[in-house]
Design a binder for this molecule. Structure first.
Ligand SMILES: NC(=O)c1ccc[n+]([C@@H]2O[C@H](COP(=O)([O-])OP(=O)(O)OC[C@H]3O[C@@H](n4cnc5c(N)ncnc54)[C@H](OP(=O)(O)O)[C@@H]3O)[C@@H](O)[C@H]2O)c1
Length: 321
């Protein structure tokens, strides 16, 4: 198939281009920053510079590319500075998920594109009651954290508009697998604490596995929603020590919920203490997807070993010069 991949230079896009090509697809890959075009070309895609928020440019690019499928992987998180106001951090991404998606769907309709797959998110979004792990049929959180209301609404809007148009929504877990994963620096600097009982559940996904599920989703007829997460949703109190150890970092601090709410805001507290995980049973069953990294337990040590700080010499061990 000829695939129009929006966000080809991003964390997932750069994993997806080679996998699409390996599966026999031809890829037109968009970048926002012209400087990223050569990187995308080197991966094997035909680069196109595109601002997804420029509706006319989107129409032109899609009509010119004449794709059979569109994959929307654009976010605006590369320079994100995390703060109390979650919605401020996600404002650009929210626009790409709402206005950007509308522009792409309109262009897709006009160009007669058969398949449409878009990036959504599974972690932290499901209802915060009942069992620890939720399927795609379970309700989303009806009362999102106050400082993330716009971001949760943008994702709900994205899920709805894409499925109403017959497309496929991939609710990915939290990405890991790159040398610059967002949590590496905060964990190293002890800025990512244990909050309260650390009972909030995270669903993770290695970027290579996320890309593999995306390639398989292109073979499916929509509408559909799939959680693209690993086999082991787990509370922060379980995965954080493994993450810390894989990096060779110092143990995290412990912070009470009231203090975390004050400094990091409501969303951070909910994620750390109340969030539910997501099940990947449907994606495995319907996409025939198998994971190379079924659990973060195996994935973190494998991925972060190469970026871990060198271990301190043991007593009696000679120090290398
Ligand atoms: N599920 C998750 O956990 C999740 C989801 C998304 C991102 N993240 C994390 O966030 C960090 C940054 O993500 P990222 O590396 O993918 O970078 P990013 O800056 O979020 O960009 C993603 C892609 O979207 C493109 N893009 C940005 N603004 C656009 C616009 N207005 N119009 C069209 N395309 C646009 C980017 O193009 P340019 O590169 O040319 O700017 C890039 O190809 C990474 O650590 C990643 O793992 C996590």
């Amino acid at each position: 198939m000829r695939v129009f991949l929006v966000g080809a230079s991003g964390a997932i896009g750069t994993r997806l281009v080679p996998q699409l090509i390996e599966h026999g697809h031809e890829v037109v890959g968009t970048v926002r920053s012209p400087g990223n075009a050569e990187r995308v070309r080197a991966l094997g895609a035909e680069p196109v510079v595109l601002d997804l928020l420029d509706r006319r440019a989107v129409r032109k690019a899609v009509l010119e590319a004449q794709p059979e499928a569109i994959v929307h992987e654009a976010t605006a998180l590369a320079d994100a500075t995390w703060g109390r106001n979650f919605d401020n951090v996600f404002a650009g991404t929210n626009a790409l998920r709402t206005n950007g998606t509308d522009a792409l769907l309109a262009a897709a309709r006009e160009a007669g594109v058969r398949r449409f797959v878009a990036q959504s998110f599974a972690s932290y979004r499901y209802v915060r009651e009942g069992g620890p792990v939720k399927t795609e049929d379970d309700p989303l959180d009806p009362t999102p954290p106050a400082n993330a209301g716009q971001s949760w609404a943008a994702m709900a809007d994205l899920d709805r508009t894409v499925t109403e148009a017959g497309g496929i929504i991939l609710r990915y877990g939290v990405f890991y697998g790159a040398d610059n994963d967002g949590l590496i620096e905060p964990v190293r600097k002890r800025q990512y604490p244990h909050v309260g009982d650390g009972g909030g559940i995270t669903s993770w996904i290695h970027l290579e596995d996320a890309a593999a599920a995306t390639v398989l989703a292109l073979e499916q007829d929509g509408p559909a929603i799939y959680n693209v997460v690993d086999d082991e949703p787990a509370p922060v109190r379980e995965w954080l020590p493994v993450f810390v150890q894989a990096l060779g970092a110092k143990p995290p601090r412990h912070v009470p919920t009231w203090l975390a709410r004050l400094f990091a805001g409501e969303a951070a507290v909910v994620m750390s203490t109340e969030a539910r995980g997501a099940s990947n049973a449907k994606a495995k069953r319907e996409l025939g997807w198998t994971l190379r990294y079924p659990s973060w337990r195996q994935g973190f040590p494998e991925v972060y070993a190469r970026s871990a700080a060198p271990a301190a010499p043991r007593i009696g061990e000679p120090t290398r010069t």
